[in-house]
Design a protein around this ligand. Structure first.
Ligand SMILES: [Fe+2]
Ligand SMILES: [Fe+2]
Length: 181
């Protein structure tokens, strides 16, 4: 897979996870919802797979390389960057509210539901924008850039998720989506 295929593959995993986020949001606030293992895994997926890996690959690695040596900002990088910042804030708030909900804090479940709903809506629009952006920037990188980025992506996944962490999240999403893993 080249870097676009890797990022697209990860978007294909985030999509079904967002559907889970929406159904988790509907359950939150009900008795026992905070102990839901699917919700627990979903919060970890947003924090680790998306924030610490997927978005770092996109911005700190891929987009930084695209911008290298250019004095102007390639559109629409500024708006993608602002969305990443907002998604990072929502992820942090989601994680904090989830931990309060697991401790039985009154109202924390509703907070989790609100953050999950906002996160899913923003991420869905963000992914559509990124997919257009990747199609447009596809020709800018050369073969050696792809090879270098892919190796860096692999190292990042291993450092953040452990040796089989990426595969484990793939499996989790495939099971949730009822697709063959
Ligand atoms: Fe992104
Ligand atoms: Fe993305």
């Amino acid at each position: 897979m080249n870097v676009f295929e890797i990022l697209d593959h990860e978007h294909q995993l985030i999509g079904p996870a967002l559907k889970v986020a929406q159904s988790c949001a509907l359950r939150m606030g009900q008795p026992g919802a905070a102990a839901d293992p699917v919700g627990q895994e979903l919060v970890g997926f947003c924090e680790k797979f998306v924030s610490q890996c997927h978005q770092v690959k996109e911005f700190n690695l891929y987009i930084r390389l695209l911008q290298k040596g250019r004095s102007y900002v390639i559109a629409p990088i500024a708006s993608l960057h602002a969305e990443h910042s907002r998604l990072a804030q929502l992820t942090e708030s989601l994680g904090a509210a989830w931990r309060l909900a697991t401790e039985g804090q009154p109202g924390a479940g509703e907070l989790v539901a609100g953050y999950l709903t906002d996160y899913a809506a923003l991420m869905e629009a963000h992914i559509l924008k990124e997919e257009r952006f990747y199609r447009v920037t596809d020709s800018i990188l050369g073969g050696s850039d792809h090879a270098e980025l892919k190796a860096t992506f692999d190292r990042l996944d291993e450092a953040a998720l452990g040796a089989d962490g990426h595969a484990r999240y793939c499996q989790w999403v495939y099971q949730l989506a009822g697709a063959p893993g």
